[in-house]
Design a protein around this ligand. Sequence first.
Ligand code: AVJ
Length: 320
Amino acid sequence: GVVRHLRQVEADEAGIDLAFRADVHAGLSQAQKAIPARWFYDAAGSALFEDITALPEYYPTRSETDLLKRHAAAIADAAGPGRAVVELGSGSSTKTPLLLEAIDPAAYVPVDISGDFLRASARALAARFPGLAIYPVEADFTQPVDLPREICALPKLGFFPGSTIGNMVARTAVDLLRSWRSALGEASLLLIGIDRIKDVDILERAYDDPAGVTAAFNLNLLERINRELDGTIPLENFTHRAVWNDVHSRIEMHLVAACDMSFCVDGRPYHMARGETIHSENSHKYGPRDANLLLRAGGWTPLATWDDADPAFALILAEA
Ligand code: AVJ
């Protein structure tokens, strides 16, 4: 059952609001306007992301789930039983049962910044795995996390699915991998999902679906600014753009100004010229050697890779 709920979100609601405000003002004041992708995930944005994962064009969820299903036994063989599974950014934890069922863990520690999602998914998992000790930790996984004392002595398996590591530029991704290596300890393993470089058409369609769900997800960021930061951004003057940047090996999402305009956020005025953009997300893609190098630079040694899904996606098991 759900054993205990740890809360390590330093910023309370007011603090999160302050951080959002600061990121938006700083981001809109840059020559290339940019807002960090983590601000997509308010309640509406989280629901839209769940819709994205069901789109036929958005292959990462399907490919990764397929890999987990087909290779669960091999993953279990490599990891062995009795580990504490620590899931970073667990969200709705939809892929977790596939892993937990296969590896026979001693404990499960979902870590997520969104307390509501965390509590709901921990309850659902407790019902499905009645014998399993679950220790939810409400925390920002990009910051150092204190793991529950009860799992201290257990060998850990970090689980970081979804290619969320792809949101970070390499330098930040490496810092994060290194901090988890020290948090999870000497005997730990990491199972990480990493999206592969592939045909540009497949990539761009995955981030610009014909039904417009990803466009709505992107535009929701502006709606959130209007709602929470007293903004006057005219949403109808923006369009969604998803484009492959080959130099940086990433899909970039932008909000494109369709005309010259002025608006306010918090009473502070901003101007945009037609064609100017707000850069709202990076989603980095990695070839096999790129991914292994990223892990090594982050202090992890790759042990095994499962990447025979179509469209391509990789699940990599690495050791500390
Ligand atoms: C949740 C960060 C893995 O980059 O593919 C999906 C987010 N953005 N469609 C991704 C996302 C647009 C997603 N991650």
